[in-house]
Write a protein that binds this ligand. Sequence first.
Ligand code: HAM
Length: 441
Amino acid sequence: MAILTKGPRGTQDIMPGDTGRWQYVEQVTRETAGLFGFREIRFPTFEHTELFNRSVGDTTDVVQKEMYTFKDKGDRSITLRPEGTAGVMRSAVEHGLLTEALPVKLSYLISCFRYEKPQAGRLREFHQFGCEMLGADSPAADAEIIAMVNEIFQRLELKEISLEINSIGCPTCRAKYHEALRAHFSARRDELCDTCRERLEKNPMRLLDCKSPICKEIAKGAPTVLDFLCEDCSSHFEELKNRLTSMGISYTVNPTIVRGLDYYTKTVFEFVSGNIGAQGTVCGGGRYDGLIEQLGGPKMTGIGFAMGLERLLLVMEHSGSPFPEETPCKLYLGSMGEAAAIKAAALVAGLRSEGFRAENDLMGRSVKAQMKYADKLSAQYSAIIGDNELSSGLVKVKNMVTGEQHEVKLSLDEDDDDSLLNFLYHTGFAELTDAIEDAGL
Ligand code: HAM
C-alpha cells in the first residue's frame, strides 16, 4: 500500500537534518521584518473560495486551474489558501486593523497550496514568507518593501539573485493597454489555448502570463504596458527607480513582468535566480491599490511581497550561503548500574535547566555501547558514573576530540568552582572566546 508510505505528489517532508536550515531562514526573515516595523499575523489555512475568486481573480491560472477547492460538510465552498495576501486583507478588514496608525505593516510565514505540475522549486504544498504594507501610497513605500527583501537576502548572504521591476499601471492606463493587447492577440486568436481565447475579452493581460508554449510565443511581440502608463503611474515608477538607485539597490526594468495574480496595480517586482532551474522566481510582489476596497473594505492602498522558502533554500544551497551549525550535545553522561543511572538522569535534567544540551542512557546499554552512542551524537564531552563515582562524588569528564580528561565534582553547585556545572560553563566560555578570536573580533 504505497499510498500509506508515500506522501501525496508535490508535497515534501522536511526532515530533522533540514529543519535547522528552515528555522534559520524563518528567524532571519522574522527578525528583519521586525526591524522594519512589521508585526506577524496568523490567519486560517482555508478561506471561503469566493475570497480568492475576487482577489486573485477568476481569470488567473491560480483560480482556474490550481486551487484546492472542496465543499465542507455544511455545503460551503472552501479553498486551501493558494497565497497569503487575500487572507491578510480579509483578516485586516474583519478585525479593524485598518483604523490603526498608518501604514499598517503585517508579516506572515505560511504554507500555501496550488495544484501545479511538480518540478524542482514547484510544489503543491509550499511555504511563503510575506509582508503587506497598507495605507502608504508613495513610491517611498515601494522602495522600502523592496529594500527589506534586499536586506533579508543580504543577511542570508544570498548570491546570484537579481531584482526586476515593472509598472503595470492603474485602471486608467490599463483600458487603452487592454485594447492594444486584444488587437495583438486577436490576429492569432485561433492559435491561442482554449483558456486564453476565453480570457481575451475579459482580461487580456492574463494572456501574457499563460504557460502554454504557443501562447508564450504569441505573447513575445505583444505591446508593453510601460508605453501606456498615465502621468501618475509613470512618475510613480520614475520616483521608485530614483529611490532604488539612491539606496544602492541594482535592478533592471523588465516590461514583461505582469505577475500571475489580478490584484496588482502600478509597481510589480520579482527577485530572480538563474541557477535553480525553470522556477527561478524566489520572491514576487507589488502594489495592489484597489484590492481592499474590492473586498468590501475601505479605500486604502497596499503593497507587499512573498518569497517561496523552498526556492530561497535552493538558491542558498546553490550559492553556498552559510547555515548555522546545529547545537551540539555538550555532555553525554553515561552510567553503570541502577543507582548511577538515576543520578545521571537527575544531573542531566539539571544541566538542561541551565541551558546545556545533555543526554543520558535511556536504552540500558553497556558502557561500551554508551560510549559508541556518545560518539554518534558527536558529544563534546562524556563521562560515566558508576558505584565508585557515586561514593567519591567525583567523575572524570573526557573531551571527546582531544581525549583529555578532567576530574570534577558530581554536582551542579554554581558556587563551587570544581563542580560539573562550572566545568561546562568554563569550557563553554573558552569556546566562545576562541570563536571570537577566530572571527577577529
Ligand atoms: P506569487 O508570485 O504567486 O505571489 O508567489 C510568491 C512566491 O511564492 C513565488 O515567487 C515563489 O517563490 C513561491 N511559489 C509560488 N508558487 C509556488 C509553488 N507552486 N511551489 C513553490 N513555490 C512557489 C504571491 O503569492 C503574492 N501573494 C505575493 C504578494 C504579497 N504580492 C503582494 N503581496
